[in-house]
Design a protein around this ligand. Structure first.
Ligand SMILES: Nc1ncnc2c1ncn2[C@@H]1O[C@H](COP(=O)(O)OP(=O)(O)OP(=O)(O)O)[C@@H](O)[C@H]1O
Length: 266
């Protein structure tokens, strides 16, 4: 069943510039779609439009139906119920999602308490469980910490725990590993992969990195200058890209990979 149905999505600035142009795609329940394209291709604006979070002054036209709710033109109150419950997001920079003045435990307790109705000791236990699920060591310390007191990788795990706490049908991950040290990127990716598979959650995974998209998704949509240039199973896109632009993306990903192979052979 279709969970997210985007049709003819067009995003324009106040002065009439078109940044996302007539984009259409679907994500079925439990499916994982990668949005790939270089910087500025419109990936983030697409995910923001899906959540009804476009910056002030920008307008979206077309249709974005998320779990049966039309997002475009929906009043804020409606959007608030959809966010979290139907779709939750992990951004590139975890500090975007975290309140710098609130202890980590409380930040996870809020969405968790709202969804489950748990309180007091039971809620505290559920928070500890949520932290353990994203493999955070020493949950006691993390619960009491403020966001600046933990590492970037740990913050991103907290942001993921918050997103998962709502048990959304769709997890939107916008470059969730890009801001992390290379050493923790692979771990984070592995973690997202495992957790969404366990929950049979659908994923819209945004990245400029084809290798990352290939790891986590089944299907990919290639964006260039706000338009879709190619769409298909990840294996087909990587193995036999049809469009010139996709060929360039694949070739540069391969060049990087073979440079790494050369280095490890030294
Ligand atoms: N608030 C804004 N006001 C005006 N233009 C914007 C704004 N946000 C993004 N843009 C422009 O819209 C285009 C698409 O941006 P978007 O952030 O969606 O790209 P992206 O593919 O996610 O790239 P990146 O990976 O660098 O975030 C870019 O040309 C960008 O400069």
């Amino acid at each position: 069943m279709t969970l997210l149905d985007v049709r003819g999505l067009t995003v324009r600035t106040g002065d009439g510039r078109t940044l996302v142009d007539d984009l259409s795609f679907t994500v079925a329940g439990g499916e994982r779609l990668g949005l790939i394209g270089e910087s500025g291709s419109g990936k983030s604006l697409t995910t923001l439009a899906v959540l009804g979070l476009l910056p002030d002054g920008m307008t979206a036209t077309g249709s974005v139906e998320l779990a049966g709710t039309q997002i475009i033109g929906a009043p804020e109150k409606r959007l608030t119920t959809v966010r979290g419950r139907d779709a939750a997001v992990v951004f590139q920079e975890p500090l975007t999602a975290l309140d710098p003045l609130m202890r980590v435990g409380r930040q996870i307790a809020e969405p968790l308490g709202r969804r489950t109705g748990l309180k007091g000791k039971d809620l505290r236990r559920a928070v500890a469980h949520a932290l353990a699920q994203v493999r955070l060591p020493d949950p006691e310390r993390i619960t009491r910490a403020f966001p600046h007191e933990i590492s970037g990788g740990q913050r991103q795990r907290v942001a993921l725990a918050m997103a998962l706490a709502c048990e959304p049908k769709l997890l939107i991950a916008d470059e969730p590993t890009t801001a992390l040290d290379v050493s923790v990127q692979a771990e984070m990716l592995e973690l997202i992969d495992t957790l969404v598979r366990e929950r049979e959650m659908a994923v819209l995974f945004v990245s400029h990195d084809l290798a990352v998209v290939a790891k986590v998704t089944d299907r990919a949509l290639v964006l260039k200058d706000g338009r879709a240039v190619e769409e298909g199973p990840v294996d087909a896109i990587v193995g036999a890209p049809r469009e010139e632009y996709t060929k360039t993306l694949v070739a540069s990903a391969r060049r990087l990979e073979s440079a790494l192979d050369l280095r490890s052979a030294r």
